[in-house]
Design a protein around this ligand. Structure first.
Ligand code: SF4
Length: 326
């Protein structure tokens, strides 16, 4: 059976004005990106800080308007909807981000935090809210006793679970998890990732998992999308991408992950040299060419388009594993 496309971005671009620079200077956060998220999957967005992952996640949720391109959710073009229709659709998409201090009102008890979506969206009669809030807490593995506590009285892991519980109140179909475990201790990270997996199975959730941590991605994602300087370099099934990356930048990211066992370290470890390109003035052609050890003249002149290579897609004129005689 063909997988159902739940959300799709087509030709998405987004720039932001740069303060303190001459008028008209912009930062190219996302450039000409196509992205498809299938229902029930976890698609990871990876890349170094500043590569445009979080901006792309917010574009897919309709929290930011693209300069160019379209976002479809369940086949509906977000830009073509009335404000009321968009609000209704937005209930099906939620964002969970790492900064729980910003996500949780410190003056609100946990019950108050969890009651908010029920009150705003009038999901149930007022007297039912405490029971529904307690059920949500239990769903994320927390005791109902925490309802009367304040966010600062909870651990970081507990606060992250509360944020997740609040997102689940609206029974979303797509949850964008922006660095969901990066603020947590390593010992707590695995529990949180397991919880995300359990909730996905229980509610048939779809995740867009934004992470700079490849071990998190390897654990949780079905597919991975690698970004560099606002563009997609490679998309593919997690196992294939980790075993045989086809884009030189994906290879570099994987090589940069510390390997405790020296026998498993890559002999041909990629070390990047060359000028670090700027998102304010990205280089022409392939944006990775100033750092890529395989760059040739064509790379400096032509933008490589995403094309099928093996089971995935790669935006490179000379993908790894292909004959390099062209
Ligand atoms: Fe390297 Fe050229 Fe491929 Fe870009 S297109 S990653 S510069 S080989």
């Amino acid at each position: 059976m063909e997988a159902h496309c739940l959300a799709q971005g087509k030709g998405l671009s987004k720039t932001f004005p740069v303060k303190g620079q001459k008028k008209g200077t912009v930062l190219h956060a996302v450039s000409q990106v196509d992205l498809t998220i299938y229902e029930g999957e976890t698609l990871a967005l990876v890349g170094e800080s500043g590569c445009g992952k979080s901006t792309l996640g917010r574009l897919m949720l309709g929290l930011l308007a693209p300069d160019q391109g379209q976002v479809f959710f369940d086949g509906q073009d977000l830009a073509a909807l009335s404000p009321g229709e968009r609000r209704a659709l937005r209930r099906q998409m939620q964002l969970v981000f790492q900064d729980t201090a910003a996500a949780l009102n410190p003056r609100c008890t946990i019950e108050g935090v969890l009651a908010e979506p029920f009150r705003i969206h009038r999901l149930c009669p007022r007297e039912e809210i405490p029971r529904r809030a307690e059920a949500l807490l239990e769903e994320v593995g927390l005791s109902g006793e925490l309802l009367r506590r304040y966010p600062h009285e909870l651990s970081g892991g507990q606060r992250q679970r509360v944020v997740l519980a609040r997102a689940l109140a609206l029974r979303p179909r797509l949850v964008v998890c922006d660095e969901p475990v990066s603020a947590l201790d390593v010992s707590v990270q695995a529990q949180m990732l397991n919880l995300l997996d359990d909730l996905q199975r229980a509610h048939h959730l779809t995740y867009l998992l934004i992470s700079h941590d490849l071990s998190v991605v390897r654990h949780s994602a079905h597919r991975v999308c690698v970004m560099f300087l606002g563009r997609v370099c490679e998309v593919g099934p997690t196992r294939t991408l980790f075993q045989a990356p086809r884009h030189p930048y994906t290879r570099f990211l994987l090589d940069a992950v510390p390997q405790p066992d020296p026998t498993t370290r890559s002999q041909d470890r990629g070390i990047l040299t060359g000028e670090i390109p700027s998102p304010v003035d990205p280089p022409p052609g392939c944006r990775f060419h100033t750092r890529c050890p395989y760059a040739r003249e064509k790379c400096r002149q032509e933008v490589p388009l995403l094309r099928p290579v093996g089971p995935g897609q790669v935006a490179c004129h000379f993908p790894l594993g292909e004959e390099r005689s062209q």
